[in-house]
Design a protein. Structure first.
Length: 132
């Protein structure tokens, strides 16, 4: 779903400004990974919309893929959007060097979705490192 939406405007048009679904209504926060629970608390402390971790196109959490890559390849992986406007691609940096760009959008449910499957992302990063 390229820069698309998974819900229609009609499905949320009845909501009041600021009204939002609670993505953690049926979730025991202590059952989530520490980084996730900490992010939820941080967002709540600042009265922000509930934390929703970024995902790849298939729904896989970005953090799990990136952490695995960083550990396996002993590198630092960062997604960077400098002076980016809505729908601009972001850079993927390995140890500070830009190796590729990646499309992304914010879904109506509040998730940043990177427009690539996790396997393709891993392949791109691995190939970029081999070329260096």
């Amino acid at each position: 779903m390229s820069r698309g939406t998974s819900i229609t405007i009609e499905a949320i048009a009845h909501r009041s400004p600021g009204e939002d679904d609670d993505p953690y209504g049926d979730v025991e926060i202590t059952s989530l990974p520490d980084w996730w629970a900490a992010a939820i608390k941080e967002f709540e402390a600042h009265d922000l919309r509930a934390y929703r971790p970024p995902r790849f196109a298939d729904g896989t959490l970005k953090r799990t893929v990136v952490e695995t890559l960083e550990t396996k390849l002993e590198v630092s992986v960062r997604f960077v959007g400098r002076n980016a406007s809505y729908q601009d691609d972001w850079e993927v940096r390995i140890d500070g060097e830009t190796v590729t760009t990646i499309g992304r959008y914010r879904s109506p449910n509040g998730y940043t979705v990177y427009e690539i499957e996790p396997d393709e992302f891993v392949d791109r990063v691995t190939e970029a490192l081999e070329e260096q």
